[in-house]
Design a protein around this ligand. Sequence first.
Ligand SMILES: CC(O)(O)NCCCCNCCCN
Ligand SMILES: [Zn+2]
Length: 667
Amino acid sequence: MGTALIYDEEMTKYKLLWVDPACKIEVPERLTVSHGALVRNGLTDRCICLPVREAVDAEILLVHSEEYLEAVKQTPHMTLEDLKEFTLQYGDVYFHPNIYHCAKLAVGSALQLVDSVLMGKVKNGMALVRPPGHHSMRSAANGFCVFNNVAIAAQYAKQKYGVKRILIVDWDIHHGQGVQYCFEDDPSVLYFSWHRYEHQKFWPNLKDSDYDIVGKGEGAGFNINVPWNKVGMENSDYLSVFCHVLLPIAYEFCPDLVLVCAGFDSAIGDLEGEMCATPDIFAHLTYLLMNLAEGKLCAVLEGGYNLTSLAQSVCQTVQTLLGDPLPPLTNLTGPCRSTLESLQCVRAAHRQHWSCLRHAVDLPTFEISTIRIKSSGEENKDEAEVWEEQKSPEEKIWPEPPKRVSPRVCSAVVLPDGVVCPDACERLSSSEDLGPHLLTLKKDFLKDADDSAVTALSRVFSLIDKMKNNEIRNGLALVGDAAMTMTCVVQHVAAEVDSRVFLVCVGNGNIPGHIIEDGKTLVVQISGEDTEEQGSKYYVPVCLKKGCTDTSGFAQAMFSLLLPLGYQHNPSLVLLVRMPGSGVCDIMWQQLTALLQSFAQGHTLVLLQEDDKACVGPTASILLGNPAPPLGQLPASLKEDAEAVERLRSRLQADWNLLLATGESTK
Ligand SMILES: CC(O)(O)NCCCCNCCCN
Ligand SMILES: [Zn+2]
């Protein structure tokens, strides 16, 4: 199934007709440069382009009042003076004779997108629309918005398709108060928004946008506000909020549909947001949401006023929806103090509503500052970087997002004769000769192994070499001895100069100490074995009371440990090993396999032991880019497990700052 793209140049045919400094940034070019960039990058050709349609009254009335709709209906016939007069009753928005038509097309586009996803015609999609929607309220236009496109889409999905739970993620830099008000007492719609706030000093200056506004009545807990009280937030800050707030709660909520208020004024260069996150961050934010709701994700454009970063961010988002490998995120320094303060406040405010936060350790709050947490060796930022930070936003410069090339082959497999190769996978030919290095390895490691083990290892090494040359994206091997193969692979890869391995080992098994000595391999082992081994900076033993069968504990370790560590380690290869008898359930295994593709441009090598042959199919399905099935609504994890994860975090966060979620200052 493909990715839908909805766009029509009719929505560019309205603009500001008088002087209004607050509205002059909302220009038709926002749509033309975004669509133009998609065309130029060959992305429109790869999408399923769906036609727009006008929303009908009944659809608009799902959210708005009749008197408001009737009033907006009069605008096409108004004179310029009448339009100005009409506009005065609302805030930071303007009307135009054609804006009612475009507003109906914007709603219609969102509904077309929801239809195509929920009818299973496409996997996911994006609607490039204007006017935006998330500020408009039941009886009021606001913040360039006329009708609330995404709120209407959510009500539409519930009414027409009986969707039970909908997650709305609003990564626009402004608070979508219109969406919040629409669903604040509705437990079937979880609304998440981060937004520039500066302690209510930033527009729309609402107390309702603060972290302690969590929803009302039945809806308590289903409204998450993350205020940015400082500008200059970076990729690390955004990822921290996803890892420590949004993803744990979203997985617990287990939505049937994900809607994104995709505003890109949260990207670097935008004068509204004044943030420093780069366009490629949206590739990751999109991907991290794609394993919810079995990939049913509809992104609808909201804001974004720097035409360069807007176009790049839109392309990054659509490329991820299309399944392209994710770009590496470099120099993630960890969240700033102000972010930690917000994180801690939001987690505390929601602790009573979400069991994933029940055991969250929250420390006394502390003064706010944007002093960046320095991880070791970051102390002396060179002059240029410091100067860079002090430049004013409009002069911000940032590198073009890296090219994201999909290898010719997605998944290659090494399987013993007699094991069927999963559809769409490529079996590595068995005619590989034993390379010279293998003969030495045979001497060092495999001296007593039989020839089939040596042959299998030689094929696994050629899998790795093909990944290194980007001939294949990922690989899977079913081997006789997973632990031994794992050790040889780490040894083989670590020998290369700029290689870094992220080894994720599921289940019990001994990790030889020497593989973590060089600091190039980071090991996370999730098992049920209480290793007295305290671990080190590069060896993170997560032992779950009930072992890997405990989905909640496993999921918590995935979000609050694995993701932050993986991002900060920024590996060139992910090695995922399923030890025999791990007890991990297939769906959890698939979710883990999917999430790990956030790293190393998707270069994941999965090692399975022969008696786990039944896992080949489900694993291959994920490696081929299919979404992982839902885990179901997650119960609370065991207190001991949550405390174990917290202990690990506090031990490791001095070295790995992305683990920070509360206010500890690093040493
Ligand atoms: C969709 C949206 O969230 O991007 N709308 C933003 C509205 C901003 C209103 N204030 C403008 C002040 C100009 N400096
Ligand atoms: Zn915005």
